[in-house]
Design a protein around this ligand. Structure first.
Ligand SMILES: [Fe+2]
Ligand SMILES: [Fe+2]
Length: 382
C-alpha cells in the first residue's frame, strides 16, 4: 500500500475508527489480551478505511522498587505490535497523535514511538511540518472519482506539561502558524477551502462551553480541573451536547488561540480528542464539533467494561454532516472480560452516584443517631 494514498470508496463513503487512550503495557498480558480481542473484532466487523490512535499509546517503561526502568527492545516491540495488530492483520491504514504520556520519558520517547510507527507499511503520518512537537502533519483523502481533495485530516501533537502554563502544555504558536499556512496552500491548490477533521490528544479549553455549574451533590457533578474552572459542573444539554462526561475536561489552563485559528480558517469541521478516559460527549462550539473519545485500553482507569472506539462515517460530498457513534466492548462481549473483574465492572460514573448516595444516607443516619440523645434531653423539659 502506498503511504498516504487515501481515497473515498466508490459509494462515496469513508469510515474512520477513532481509538482513544490505549496505554498499552507489556507488563500485563491479560489486559493486552482483552484489548487485542476487542480490536480484532471491531476491525473485522466495522471494516474502517482508517484507524486513528488518539495518544497515550504505549508505556515503554515499568516500575521496580519505586524506580522507573526502561523497557527492553523486545518489550517495546511487543507493545507496538499489540497496539497496531488489528490494523496490520486486516491491512487497514492507520495514523496516530502523541499523548502527554508519550512524552513522559523525554524527547527520545516521542521520537522513538514515531520512528517505530514508520516501520509499519500502513502508517500514514509523515512528520514534515518542522514545528514544535512530533508527528504534526496533514493527510488528505481524495474524491472517489477525481484527484481533488475531499477531506483533509490534521494530526497535531499537543505536548506534555508546561511550567509556563502551570499545567498541561498548549499547542504552540509555530504549530498554529504552520496549520494556517498549510491550510492556505491547500485552499489554493483545490480552489476552495477543503473541509477538515483534526485529531489531537489534549482537548481544548473551549469544551467548558458544554458545561454548566452545579452543586457537588448532583450525581452527575464533576469537579473542574483547570485554574479558571474549579467548581462543580455537569453537561448542559441546552448546548446540544450529547454523550457522557465522567470527568471534567482536563485541558490546558489557557486557550492557546488554536480554536480561534480554526474559526478564522473555516476548514475544521470537527476536532477529535482523547486524554479524558471517561468522556465521549460530542457538541458544537461556534459551528465546530468538539468530540471526546474515551479510552479504548484496559490498562488505566476506565469506565467499567465500556472501553470503546468511535466510528465516523463520512460522505465525500458533505463531510461536515458525518455520522458517528461509540462502539462499546460490551456490545460484542457483554460483561465477560478477563482483566476487569467484580466491582470494577461498574462504570466509574455509576460508582460516583453510588458513592454519593451512600454518603447522603450515612449523613442522614448519623444525624438521626446523634439527635436521639439531644431529643431525650429536650424531651425532659418540654
Ligand atoms: Fe490517558
Ligand atoms: Fe493524556
Amino acid at each position: 500500500m502506498e503511504k498516504r494514498n487515501l481515497r473515498f470508496n466508490k459509494d462515496g463513503k469513508f469510515k474512520i475508527m477513532v481509538v482513544g487512550d490505549t496505554h498499552i503495557k507489556f507488563t500485563d498480558e491479560v489486559k493486552m489480551g482483552d484489548y487485542l480481542r476487542m480490536m480484532d473484532k471491531f476491525a473485522e466487523d466495522l471494516k474502517p478505511d482508517l484507524v486513528v490512535f488518539m495518544g497515550d499509546l504505549i508505556s515503554f517503561k515499568h516500575y521496580k522498587d519505586g524506580k522507573v526502568i526502561d523497557a527492553t527492545e523486545e518489550q517495546k516491540r511487543h507493545e507496538m505490535d499489540c497496539l497496531v495488530s488489528a490494523c496490520v492483520k486486516n491491512n487497514i491504514p492507520f495514523a496516530a497523535v502523541l499523548g502527554n504520556h508519550d512524552h513522559d520519558l523525554g524527547e527520545w520517547q516521542a521520537k522513538e514511538i514515531l520512528a517505530r510507527f514508520n516501520e509499519y507499511e500502513n502508517f500514514i503520518c509523515i512528520d514534515e511540518a518542522g514545528v514544535t512537537g512530533f508527528g504534526n502533519c496533514n493527510v488528505t483523502i481524495k474524491h472517489s472519482d477525481s484527484e481533488k481533495d475531499a477531506l483533509n485530516l490534521w494530526f497535531i501533537d499537543s505536548g506534555c506539561q508546561s511550567p509556563l502554563n502551570d499545567g498541561y502544555a498548549s499547542v504552540e504558536v509555530d504549530q498554529i502558524a504552520w496549520y494556517e499556512k498549510t491550510c492556505d496552500e491547500l485552499t489554493e491548490k483545490n480552489g476552495k477551502v477543503v473541509p477538515a477533521f483534526l485529531f489531537q490528544h489534549m482537548p481544548v479549553v473551549e469544551e467548558y462551553h458544554f458545561l454548566k455549574e452545579t452543586n457537588k451533590w448532583n450525581p452527575y457533578a464533576v469537579k473542574g480541573t483547570v485554574k479558571t474552572f474549579k467548581k462543580y459542573y455537569k453537561l448542559d444539554k441546552r448546548t446540544g451536547v450529547k454523550g457522557n462526561m465522567g470527568e471534567a475536561p482536563c485541558t490546558p489552563n489557557v486557550s492557546s488561540g488554536e480554536f480561534y485559528s480554526w474559526k478564522k480558517k473555516g476548514d475544521v469541521k470537527a476536532a477529535f480528542f482523547g486524554h479524558d478516559h471517561l468522556n465521549d460527549f460530542i457538541g458544537q462550539v461556534d459551528g465546530i464539533y468538539l468530540i471526546q473519545n474515551k479510552s479504548a485500553g484496559f490498562h488505566m482507569y476506565g469506565d467499567g467494561v465500556r472501553q470503546s472506539v468511535r466510528l465516523v462515517t463520512v460522505d465525500e460530498n458533505c463531510p461536515e454532516k458525518f455520522e458517528t457513534r461509540m462502539v462499546r466492548y460490551q456490545e460484542y462481549f457483554g460483561k465477560k472480560c478477563d482483566s476487569i473483574k467484580g466491582f470494577d465492572k461498574i462504570p466509574d460514573r455509576h460508582r460516583m452516584v453510588l458513592r454519593r448516595a451512600i454518603m447522603i444516607i450515612t449523613t442522614i443516619l448519623s444525624i438521626g443517631i446523634l439527635s436521639y440523645p439531644v431529643w431525650k434531653i429536650v424531651e425532659k423539659y418540654i
